[in-house]
Design a protein around this ligand. Structure first.
Ligand code: NAP
Length: 252
């Protein structure tokens, strides 16, 4: 059987680890040519080599998406070198937890710059190409999948700014969905619960200790990639608007 995403092109931000890397590999396995964006070039080169070994097509884009020009350049290079853009996985993100009182302002800035502005820069640059892909593409439909979190649905003490950024992703996604769905660009939001990736590792040592003290069952990055693949492989008339996924044992 022909792979569902054959002849389509996908761009994945934050493709150098975790959910982004797993999703890029899954997209390539379904026949999409994938552009891999993140800052760590060595990681992207390794993933691209793996994808090519499996017969896929991968383009490495060393990109800091918090820089609007770099984000736009990543989108334009994808289109210039792979020919089009059918799918954007807006995944790059950072989660810096801890009490708001006395929190380093730089941590708040990093989260807003990446989780909100980085996602917006990529969305803005990609939209004209996604609209074109929905008109003339092999599937006559295009996808933007924005990665939020359970934290985008429920706010908790100690994660206020992460909550703010992810609630923002949900609000923007729903508004944009209404705006472009009639033109067959599907905007979806995915809200994972605890997933075993490098995400928590960027916290200060004292916060990391608190996170590690919580005995928590985690999903694998591949579990979230699976959910994203379900979304982007639906037929043209089906749009999965939102997907909230927790490890079975996670109560809240
Ligand atoms: N893991 C979880 O439990 C969980 C739960 C809910 C939601 N999420 C969300 O899932 C998404 C992916 O996170 P993950 O869990 O897979 O964590 P991860 O392994 O830390 O991946 C984060 C990715 O973002 C990239 N990134 C960071 N800063 C960047 C920048 N300025 N420009 C471009 N890329 C940048 C990183 O690559 P470089 O460092 O190479 O740039 C990395 O590839 C995030 O939006 C996160 O909020 C995760």
């Amino acid at each position: 059987m022909k792979p569902v995403l054959e002849n389509t092109v996908a761009l994945v931000t934050g493709a150098s680890s975790g959910i982004g890397a797993a999703t890029a590999a899954a997209l390539a396995a379904q026949g999409a040519a994938v552009a891999l964006a993140a800052r760590r070039r060595d990681r992207l080169d390794t993933l691209a080599a793996d994808i090519r070994d499996q017969g896929g097509t991968a383009l490495v884009l060393e990109t800091d998406v918090t820089d609007g020009q770099q984000a736009a350049a990543a989108v334009e290079r994808t289109v210039a070198e792979l020919g089009r853009l059918d799918t954007l996985i807006n995944n790059a993100g950072v989660m810096l937890l801890g009490p708001a009182v006395g929190a380093p302002l730089s941590e708040w800035q990093r989260m807003v710059e990446l989780n909100v502005l980085g996602l917006l820069y990529c969305a803005h640059a990609a939209l004209p190409h996604l609209l074109r892909a929905a008109e003339d593409g092999p599937r006559q439909v295009a996808d933007m999948v924005n990665i939020s979190s359970v934290a985008g649905r429920v706010a908790r003490s100690g994660s206020g700014v992460y909550n703010l950024t992810k609630h923002g992703v949900g609000a923007f996604s729903e508004s944009l969905r209404q705006e472009v769905t009639g033109r067959y660009v599907r905007v979806s939001v995915v809200e994972p619960g605890a997933t075993a990736t490098e995400l928590a590792g960027h916290n200060r040592p004292e916060i990391l200790e608190m996170i590690r003290a919580r005995p928590e069952r985690r999903m694998e990055a591949a579990d979230i990639a699976d959910a994203i693949m379900y979304i982007v492989t639906r037929p043209r008339h089906v749009a999965v608007n939102e997907m909230l996924i927790r490890p079975t044992e996670q109560e809240r």
